[in-house]
Design a protein around this ligand. Structure first.
Ligand SMILES: O=C(O)CCC(=O)C(=O)O
Ligand SMILES: [Fe+2]
Length: 178
């Protein structure tokens, strides 16, 4: 999975005319994994498996089983990410939004539980190491596009993000300027 993450980030960074090798190596150094089990919830029409959030790292690759539940927010609407046997889900995390000064935005997502059956997913998270300082690259800063984030050590960003309840894209407030 690590080499898939490296390959995907390489394409992302090459598309931004950055040193694809260097950046993809830096942004996939820290690799962690979560196995999520969402029990069915019969109690109400709507219940969260995971509240809305963006992932704190650089990219996330998710394997879903056949049960629907993951949704992304697009232009204010929640859209189902339909599970496919032949596909993983790739999501951009906050570190790429910070690095590109908002050119590529991290995706807000959430998980809704199923009323009848459980759902299982495996999320693989790729990020810089905890000592790396991530800040907007100069090439994404201009008069029309002022710097949006201050640099922060990824370890500090992570600790701060984990210390707060999941709440949309509020994790970015940690380093947002004004
Ligand atoms: O269960 C999923 O499909 C997504 C999990 C997720 O967003 C996460 O672990 O951060
Ligand atoms: Fe997530």
């Amino acid at each position: 999975m690590g080499s898939i993450a490296y390959g995907i980030t390489k394409e992302i960074f090459a598309g931004l005319q950055l040193n694809a090798d260097l950046f993809s190596t830096a942004h996939t150094r820290r690799q962690t994994m979560a196995v999520n089990y969402y029990p069915p919830c019969t109690e109400s029409k709507f219940s969260y498996g995971l509240r809305p959030h963006s992932d704190l790292g650089s990219i996330t690759i998710v394997m879903q089983d056949e049960v629907k539940g993951l949704q992304i927010k697009r232009r204010g609407d929640w859209i189902d990410v339909i599970p496919r046997k032949d596909a993983f889900v790739v999501m951009i995390g906050d570190q790429i939004e910070i690095l590109t000064n908002g050119r590529y935005r991290s995706i807000e997502h959430r998980v809704i539980t199923n009323k009848i059956v459980p759902r299982i997913s495996v999320a693989c998270f790729y990020a810089p190491t905890e000592d790396d300082v991530i800040e907007p690259l100069q090439k994404f800063v201009s008069k029309g596009c002022p710097v949006l984030y201050k640099g922060s050590k990824f370890g500090d960003y992570l600790n701060h993000g984990f210390s707060k309840p999941l709440n949309g894209k509020s994790s970015l407030m940690y380093c947002a300027i004004n």
